[in-house]
Write a protein that binds this ligand. Structure first.
Ligand code: PAF
Length: 290
């Protein structure tokens, strides 16, 4: 109880809590005040993409809870967790400015107590693409999201379309486990030149930053070609060549079913183009409806 009192803080109208007890007290009060709760899960380093999630949640009229937790379980051994950008003061100011009511800021020991024995593995939409490129990543995402949903008990949770596969994995988990909340998707927010907003963009050097918008340009041109009847093999091969020529190292580029994430041999209703490509040490992902 002493610990709870020490950590709780107020930033104007916004409250910041760091223990489960505080979250349940303050979350309960928020639910009584607004009638429902909306959760925006984040790993901090907030940008306009996150602001759009909070704004969409605010528009729903619910009490808004944003979580900031850099989840070690979704980083694998080859990924540098310590390199993940952190800016707690900047994030709290941004959340307050967007109209967030409550910030959930647990530490690793609170989220993953030593006696914990449960993780969540989603098959289906988690298996390919990011699932293959980043083994264990979606087990970490699904586990932390299930924990956040259990801790906050939101009526709705907001996810960006930028991480399209993550969105499908979370949706699948919520459906399979009959979790009592709605997952709301928010369109990708882009820089004026088309680059999808991402916490990783800050790691691009000037030369890479100049090349980076090409990812969206090439993806959009490929979607247009597919819509106007180009064969998917030829369109994907041309896009792969264009990306390489622009300076990207392509991890994958695929036409997939938007919900199951299975590769499609040809255009079909609900198709989505997905891509992951590297510029130097920075790995960018993007996607577009076809
Ligand atoms: O998209 C993210 O920022 C993270 O994967 C999420 C959903 C907050 C889980 O850690």
């Amino acid at each position: 109880m002493l610990r709870a009192r020490r950590y709780k803080a107020k930033f104007g109208d916004m409250e910041v809590v760091r223990t489960i007890e505080e979250l349940q007290t303050s979350g309960g009060a928020l639910r009584r005040r607004f009638g429902s709760l909306a959760l925006v899960p984040t790993m901090g380093a907030l940008h306009d993409g996150h602001r759009a999630l909070v704004k969409a949640a605010v528009d729903s009229g619910a009490g808004i809870v944003a979580s900031i937790f850099v989840n070690p379980l979704q980083f694998n051994a080859n990924e540098d967790l310590s390199r993940y950008p952190r800016d707690e003061a900047g994030d709290l100011a941004a959340l307050r400015a967007c109209g967030c009511h409550l910030v959930w800021l647990p530490d690793v020991a609170t989220m993953y107590p030593l006696e914990g024995a449960t993780t969540i593995t989603v098959a289906g939409p988690a298996e390919e693409w990011e699932g293959k490129a980043r083994p264990g990543h979606f087990r970490g995402v699904a586990t932390v999201c299930a924990k956040l949903f259990g801790q906050v008990r939101p009526d709705r949770a907001y996810f960006g379309e930028k991480d399209w596969q993550q969105l499908q994995v979370v949706r699948r988990m919520v459906a399979d486990l009959h979790l009592p909340l709605e997952i709301v998707a928010v369109p990708t927010v882009r820089e004026p030149d088309g680059l999808a907003m991402s916490s990783r963009n800050r790691f691009l050097n000037a030369e890479e930053r100049a090349i980076a918008p090409g990812l969206h340009v090439i993806l959009s041109a490929t979607a247009t070609a597919l819509r106007s009847g180009s064969a998917s093999d030829a369109a994907l091969a041309a896009a792969d060549r264009d990306l390489n020529q622009a300076g990207f190292q392509v991890d994958y580029l695929a036409l997939v079913d938007a919900a199951t994430m299975s590769a499609l041999p040809q255009m079909a209703p609900g198709a989505r183009l997905i891509v992951a490509a590297r510029l130097g040490t920075v790995r960018l992902i993007d996607n577009i409806a076809v």
